[in-house]
Design a protein around this ligand. Structure first.
Ligand code: ADP
Ligand code: MG
Length: 405
């Protein structure tokens, strides 16, 4: 059967509204966003597009253009996660409902080109695009941090994926041409131009290993978090720090005997990573591509050896990248256990670099890596503003409140 389209369903007056959200790549600051640390992502030029129209059938319908599948429910629906793509959007609806929003019946279609399950955060992209569309549909407004937190809750609570706040925040708040330095404890952030000094001549290249160790990723990630949180608890008790974002390596070493060897390594990664993000922000501000690249490569070593979330294929991509002319640094980006690397290099070397990486990877593993040369793209809020849309998020960074709805 042909998939139903909103226009077919609602006749001549679909009155569709649209919202879109990008993907993101994290330049540096991995596994720091659930322990009050720092991250430095940028939005990338892929997008999830959500179209929403009033529905005459009294139902909420979620339709995926890519999966050619619909999920239909009455507004009173309380069904648990379906275990598929629709959960990300339904989770957002649930969180809006928890804030007292009661959307009129709608037909919502999701389409997009953010690579799925590759560490470029298609999940946060679909969540944020859905939230922006539903807000538009209901004529409600929320500040940026509230949208990001709501989408994170959707993923944590409804999808049961224990992600931090980075992805949703970056995808909501990013600005074209900038990276976003986010303090995940208080959600204050700074937009850092990516065209200062030597960086003006650089590009960011994302290389998708096409490998995802899904069997291990879920359980290993949860295990890493448990080890990290156990170590953090020891530091809290001993030094009164609020979280690892405030702890120092000296404090950690003083507690070495009170935690497992695994907790020590996981915490060392996070504490040193926060230091690298601070330095990376300074390097970016100074336009120092060499230093920024060194920090990225050091971050990879820490992910590989201390957080132990890399895999052989990704290590190969990083090792191969840093040997290429014009490459300042490379690292695993995203949660790990496969996914993508992020590489900083001279723009003029991009074609030669991507060809060399693809060839080496093909020869070694028989896998064709995808490569994307990325400029820092606009976030969902900036896109909405550029489109002249009525969808708005407050632009102040103070914590939002539910009563603003
Ligand atoms: P990542 O966020 O790294 O891309 P995740 O596993 O967290 O990987 O999320 C990917 C999932 O998000 C997809 O398998 C799908 O269920 C959902 N998703 C993301 N984008 C879309 C889209 N455009 N249409 C339908 N589902 C999507
Ligand atoms: Mg995701």
């Amino acid at each position: 059967m042909e998939p139903e389209q909103p226009a077919q369903r609602f006749g001549a007056h679909p009155a569709a509204l649209t919202a879109s959200a990008p993907g993101r790549v994290n330049l540096i600051g991995e596994h720091t966003d659930y322990t009050g640390g720092l991250v430095l992502p940028m939005a990338i030029p892929f997008q999830t597009n959500v179209e929403i129209a009033h529905a005459a059938d009294g139902m909420y319908t979620f339709h995926s253009a890519q999966f050619q599948e619909s999920r239909v429910m009455p507004p009173s629906d309380q069904s648990p996660a379906a275990g598929n793509w629709s959960d990300y959007s339904v989770g957002v609806l649930r969180e809006l409902q928890a804030l007292g929003v009661r959307p009129e019946p709608f037909y919502l279609t999701v389409d997009g080109n953010v690579p799925l399950g590759s560490g470029l955060s298609s999940s946060a992209s679909i969540e944020v695009a859905t939230a922006m569309a539903l807000l538009q549909h209901t004529g409600k407004h929320l500040p940026i941090p509230e949208i990001a937190l709501l989408c994170q809750r959707a993923e944590n609570v409804y999808v049961h994926s224990p992600c931090g706040i980075m992805d949703q925040f970056a995808i909501t708040a990013a600005t074209a041409g900038h990276a976003l330095l986010l303090n995940t404890r208080d959600l204050t952030y700074q937009l850092l131009p990516m065209n200062t000094g030597e960086l003006a001549g650089c590009v960011v290249v994302v290389v998708n290993s096409m490998v995802r160790h899904t069997v291990t990723a879920g359980s290993e990630y949860a295990q890493r978090r448990r080890e990290l949180e156990a170590g953090q608890q020891v530091l809290r008790e001993r030094f009164g720090v609020r979280d690892l974002g405030e702890a120092t390596v000296e404090q950690l070493l003083a507690c070495a005997g009170a935690m497992s060897a695994e907790s020590l390594k996981r915490c060392r990664h996070v504490i040193t990573e926060n230091g690298r993000v601070r330095e990376a922000a300074e390097a970016m501000t100074a336009g120092d591509a060499k230093r920024l690249g060194e920090l990225m490569t050091a971050a990879h070593a820490s992910e590989r050896d201390d957080f132990e979330c890399s895999v052989e294929e990704v290590d190969f991509l990083v090792d191969t990248a840093v040997q290429q002319a014009g490459c300042f640094g490379a690292r695993l980006t995203g949660g790990g256990f496969g996914g993508c690397t992020v590489n900083l290099l001279l723009a003029g070397e991009a074609d030669r670099f991507t060809a060399a990486i693809r060839q080496a990877y093909q020869e070694r593993y028989g896998i064709t890596a995808q490569t994307f040369v990325c400029e820092a793209a606009a976030g969902a809020v900036e896109r909405a503003a550029t489109a002249g849309s009525d969808v708005t998020a407050g632009t102040d960074v103070a914590a939002g409140r539910a009563d603003q709805l």
